[in-house]
Design a protein around this ligand. Structure first.
Ligand SMILES: C[S@@+](CC[C@H](N)C(=O)[O-])C[C@H]1O[C@@H](n2cnc3c(N)ncnc32)[C@H](O)[C@@H]1O
Length: 221
């Protein structure tokens, strides 16, 4: 596993968060998310970037014919992802301890160099969403695809109100996660065209999954 000069500080809290991540997510994964991940990742093709790979939960779902660069800036998460990689013995996946916006990542990715970008439960957390989407646009080849799984701000009440009220505290407890981003709308604003999209409403949070493509005029413009 390569190391990043810009990796996030490794603290007791980030270690605890990484340790608890899979156990906390287990029931939701079994009930909903794993099926959504599987459906999404069967679409991954060619040269793939997975942003914010976390504990490596998506790794077993990639077709070995893909070439995946998985980036993860949190050391404790990246260590768990590295263990999953070892267990899978997956030579088609390379893991880099770094994040979007990190020079080490940009150095590996030329303009239009990717067929697919995978982002699952990351756009809720990434601090500079606008910068990240600009990078995605740059790195994807014309017609390249962005595969997204995300929880989004509700359109139901009182959930919508609660998500906004809770976010200032929640983002400190959950590594910067915002409960009130309308990522589905933002992606369209940033020039991604929807090929397929799905909404799943749990009692407290809606989940969104989509296959999006860079519109040619946006890419060239
Ligand atoms: C909620 S976790 C999701 C992990 C995994 N993708 C999943 O589906 O379970 C969000 C991840 O985004 C990562 N992250 C935060 N900022 C990032 C950035 N700038 N670039 C890439 N990943 C980032 C965090 O370190 C964290 O592992």
């Amino acid at each position: 596993m390569s190391r990043s000069n810009a990796k996030q500080p490794d603290t007791l809290y980030t270690r605890l968060f990484a340790k608890l991540y899979n156990p906390v997510m287990e029931k939701l994964e079994a009930r909903l998310l794993m099926d959504m991940r599987r459906a999404l990742l069967t679409q991954a093709r060619g040269r793939v970037l997975e942003v914010g790979a976390g504990t490596g939960v998506n790794f077993p779902l990639y077709d070995p014919a893909t070439q995946v660069l998985a980036i993860e800036p949190a050391q404790a998460m990246a260590e768990q992802a590295a263990t999953v990689l070892q267990q899978l013995n997956a030579s088609h996946i390379q893991l880099l301890e770094a994040g979007v916006g990190d020079a080490e990542v940009s150095a590996q990715l030329g303009e239009g160099s990717l067929d697919t970008i995978v982002s699952t439960l990351v756009l809720c957390t990434i601090p500079d969403l606008e910068q990240a989407l600009k990078h995605f646009r740059k790195w994807l080849r014309p017609g390249g695809q962005l595969l997204v799984l995300e929880h989004i701000h509700d359109d139901r009440q009182p959930q919508r109100w609660i998500q906004s009220a809770v976010t200032p505290v929640w983002k400190h407890l959950a590594e910067g996660c915002y409960l009130n981003r309308r990522t589905d709308e933002l992606l369209k604003d940033y020039g991604f065209a929807v090929e397929t999209e799905d909404y799943h409403y749990t009692r407290w949070v809606p989940f969104y999954s989509a296959v999006l493509r860079m519109e040619e005029k946006e890419k060239n413009g």
